[in-house]
Design a protein around this ligand. Structure first.
Ligand code: ADP
Ligand code: MG
Length: 153
């Protein structure tokens, strides 16, 4: 099982882990980013996008719900459902169409959009660990396992 468990001592480590995910990205992949506020979810996405070659800014989608990117011949959609007061807001915003498209969906606070949000191929859990963070990456589907073996070591 290609699960990965690692300690991230500082923000640079979180960015590096995100960049290590870049070679594993493939069309249609759904990745859940789990963890409390401030756990480093958006930082990880920033590292991933930088790893794919994105040079522009990477903003938290907390207020916009979605930030789209086109980089390295991939469409990536970064979501944050933290502010949802009901999961139906997912439907009201018409977000299913992003999940049926051939993009990579990176989702913060997916549990706030259940049961409407598509299930994850890979789950990444971040937790505060001393001054740093703990990261656990777990593939949940065959597609996820195919991708996880391509994570750069
Ligand atoms: P989230 O999206 O989970 O709410 P952010 O990515 O916005 O969290 O990060 C919150 C803060 O945590 C930022 O100030 C970031 O620099 C910091 N951070 C990220 N990774 C680490 C780490 N491994 N150790 C310490 N601080 C970190
Ligand atoms: Mg965030």
């Amino acid at each position: 099982d290609p699960s990965l468990h690692t300690h991230l001592a500082d923000e640079t480590d979180t960015l590096a882990l995100g960049a290590a995910l870049a070679p594993a990205m493939a069309a249609g992949l759904v990745i859940y980013l789990q963890g409390d506020l401030g756990a480093g979810k958006t930082t990880l996405v920033r590292g991933l996008l930088r790893g794919l070659g994105h040079t522009g800014s990477v903003k938290s989608p907390t207020y916009t719900l979605i930030e789209p990117y086109v980089v390295s011949r991939l469409d990536l959609y970064h979501f944050d459902f933290y502010r949802f007061t009901s999961p139906e807001e997912f439907l009201d915003a018409g977000l299913e169409e992003y999940f049926s498209a051939q993009g990579v969906c990176l989702v913060e606070w997916p549990q706030k959009a259940e049961p409407y949000v598509s299930p994850a191929d890979i789950e990444i859990r971040l937790a505060i660990d001393g001054d740093g963070r703990e990261a656990l990456i777990r593939p949940l589907t065959d597609t996820g396992r195919q991708c996880a073996i391509k994570i750069a070591k």
